[in-house]
Design a protein around this ligand. Sequence first.
Ligand code: COA
Ligand code: ZN
Length: 465
Amino acid sequence: MNVELLDTTLREGEQTPNVSFTLEQKLEIARLLDEFGVEFIELGHPAVSPDVHQAVEGLVRLETRAQKLVHARALPADIKETARLGVPWVGIFFGTSALSLAHKFHIDRTEALRRIRDAVCCAKDLDLKVRFTAEDATRTERDFLLEVAGVAQEAGADRFSIPDTVGTMSPRVFGELVHQVSAELAIPLHVHCHNDYGLAAANALAGLEAGARLADVTINGLGERSGITALAELALALKMLYQVENPWKLELLPRLSRLVERTSGVLLSENRPIVGLYAFTHKAGLHTRAVLQDPRTYEAFPPELVRRQRQITLSKYTGRAAVRARLAEMGIEAQTDQLDQIVTEIKSRPQKRHFSDVDLLEIADDVLGLELRARVPLQVEAIVHLALSSALYTTRVTRRLIGLAQVKEVYEITGDEDVVAHVVAGSIADLNDFIEELRVSDGVERTSTRLILKGYAKDESSNAV
Ligand code: COA
Ligand code: ZN
């Protein structure tokens, strides 16, 4: 399969409610996307606002292997500006559905075809490469869509894009549509799938299977309303389920995701595929038991593929195998009956949703009668204080912190500092990396960190430990 990805986090992604990237953030995102290896990056729509225009100017100067494209209406002013800015590709969009013609443009089909032809010709006269997008293509009458596609190609468009603008397609119907258009055109097709029914990834794959060359994506699936196809999901599916050979660096997906989570302020749900907190965490006893034997029993793909780690969470669903394995990692051996006691103890505390290493050591200590409490747990815990540059950032920073895997609790506090976070990391080095990342976050003025040497938890079943 000959496929390409166009990332439009900087344009469609910035159309997500409450999202606005600074130029520095856009440059950072574009650099990392280029390192990942997407084939195209959409830089923005310069006509939107002065800052978007400036960002496009800055992004054009960034050297990338990815080809650059900007968004433009089918208007000479937008197209000429693309050429003036020195962007090689212009993505001209024009709504072609009956709804668009009647309510956006108040024109008939003949006039629409004329505007489309003029716009593409205008861009070709300026030596631009053109992708023409028939906005709302999936709700455009089929015969007219084919006419639009023919006119765009004849006028010189290099690519034709079929967006499912309001996300109303099923994969089967979308595949048929793409197949039909591709039979009529010689130029490569693009697809742009919105996620209103949660089918953006499925539809993009259906489009590619039906012969489209390229799919639009955004990091974390950002975009208008429920967004569009997420980069991580599509890239992984294409590599693993379709065996495409593009040299994408899948291991950068979690970093891209975190960067955009931080800069957009839109937090991921924990169960998000690939990049979500729980994507490689096993809970049920029978699952963990099998995973400890061979991870393939309950994993679609190994976490190492995206440079993440498998985790096993201890809770009332836990069985002996997981407890034995975790204790063994801490150098503790327990007999079968002792293990049973530890598991019974864990299962007797359903209110406690998660057992940390410290919790496990506590229980093991009581059962085994060893002086385990003095042992250093595998994890490093710390309390991090953050001072913010203005109160405006408090909610944003707090919300962001809560969404991060390493953060257990967050408090907004009075005094010289504004926020306190309880952080758990795998090692001192991980902790340092994490704190460094916090330190350079938007709005964070300074941080101070205290390591936790011992933990004392209070819960329903025991008063003090
Ligand atoms: N091709 C050609 N003309 C288009 C068009 C298109 N795809 N879409 C809209 N227009 C025209 C409208 O017909 C209207 O023309 P008219 O003034 O002759 O009636 C004009 O653009 C709208 O202009 P304006 O009245 O200035 O609208 P605005 O204040 O909304 O400003 C933008 C226009 C593009 C700057 C503004 O809408 C914006 O920032 N949009 C964000 C980008 C966007 O909407 N992208 C669509 C994502 S797919
Ligand atoms: Zn869109």
